[in-house]
Design a protein around this ligand. Structure first.
Ligand SMILES: [Zn+2]
Length: 370
């Protein structure tokens, strides 16, 4: 269960300040009921335990700062105790779910009926290396298989990807050598295959170890080349372009209809008649992306927690976007359904026994507008 979610929302994608992953619970425990919610607050824990959930998946961390203990006398410690005694684990997918493809901002854009978009702030792809080695032709397929098993040659939905070309390798074994082919002191020429495979950088050591183990030579020749980084599909926020521009007042209705209602309502900055076509969205607090949103020329920006000064400055800037400020909780809530679907789709065993549920409790802290 944890692995399926980690595959979709890899904890390594989380920001350095974040605290994601399993807060409590045993990854080996069997799980049949999974509740998804935004906030790990007492009402949500009540719901999880009343329903008999074995796992609660929340977007926001329970602990973002280090603690020395989790006594039941503290607010958060009590929640941990209740979850453990109730047999319910807690797993957090926060900024790793924000930046994921199919993550929080994709779900927000989808809830507003927007076409799929690109990240406002794209992240580089995972760092990649390329291994180039030279193998006697008769051993090339065997070595290629060993490298593939160690993780080389995985590209998208393909594995064992390699390029090979045949040529001649030459060397002279010196005193002390124990050559597989050739004699000490004599130049040898061998029909070799040049073999190239890419690999995720975190597989480098494993692949090089596999090469040394599988290669027939005492001292295999190889290069590991760091591949230049590319911008990837992951990143914060999304920007989508509508087929046709529409007035801001019409666009805002998408937000009203697409997102759950909260007591605080929706705040809009901009002329209602202004035509909007390039739409930027960011689930959760989106202040930090205002500069990027302006730079990409978005007509409107839907996010949460916009503060006075950044919002005012964005409005004053020539060509600055209209702003739609929604409750933080509401901008992230559409992701829960998507995450539940992803979990169910990713399960290979015991799928029929697993039930998922999305909490409909409004955990936005603002409860009254006067
Ligand atoms: Zn958030």
């Amino acid at each position: 269960m944890v692995k399926v979610l980690d595959d979709r929302y890899d904890p390594r994608w989380a920001e350095s300040w974040d605290a994601v992953g399993l807060v409590c619970g045993d990854p080996d425990a069997s799980v049949t009921k999974v509740l998804f919610a935004i906030d790990p607050v007492a009402d949500v824990v009540d719901e999880a335990l009343a329903w008999g959930a074995d796992l609660l998946v929340t977007h926001h961390p329970l602990f973002l700062r280090p603690v020395h203990g989790v006594p039941a006398t503290s607010d958060k410690g009590r929640l941990v105790h209740r979850l453990i005694t109730g047999g319910c684990g807690l797993l957090v997918a926060h900024t790793n779910a924000d930046c994921a493809t199919g993550g929080v901002s994709d779900a927000l854009a989808d809830a507003l009926g927007l076409p799929p978009g690109k990240p406002i702030d794209p992240r580089p792809c995972d760092p990649m290396d390329k291994l180039v080695t030279f193998v006697p032709q008769v051993d090339a397929e065997r070595v290629l298989d060993a490298l593939a098993i160690a993780g080389a040659g995985a590209i998208g939905d393909y594995d064992r990807c390699a390029f090979t070309v045949e040529g001649t390798g030459t060397f002279r074994p010196l005193d002390g050598a124990n050559p597989t082919i050739g004699q000490v002191g004599e130049v040898a020429s061998v029909a070799e295959t040049r073999l190239e495979m890419v690999m995720s950088r975190d597989r480098r050591d494993a692949v090089v170890a596999a090469l040394r183990a599988a290669h027939p030579y005492e001292t295999p020749a190889f290069d590991v080349i760091e591949v230049a980084g590319e911008v990837g599909p992951r990143g914060t926020g999304r920007v989508s372009v509508l087929d046709e521009a529409e007035p801001l007042s019409v666009f805002v209705q998408r937000v009203v209809k697409g997102l759950p209602a909260t007591a605080g309502g929706i705040r809009v900055a901009g002329e209602p008649t202004r035509l909007v076509r390039k739409i930027a969205v960011c689930g959760g607090a989106g202040d930090s992306l205002l500069g990027s949103v302006r730079a990409i020329g978005a007509d409107v920006y839907v996010t949460a927690d916009l503060r006075h000064h950044p919002a005012s400055e964005a409005r004053e800037a020539a060509g600055g976007p209209a702003l739609v400020d929604v409750a933080h909780w509401a901008t992230e809530w559409p992701w829960l359904e998507r995450a539940a679907e992803e979990l169910e789709a990713g399960l290979t065993t015991g799928k029929a026994r697993v039930q998922t549920r999305v909490s409909e409790l409004v955990t936005d802290p603002w409860t009254l507008r006067v």
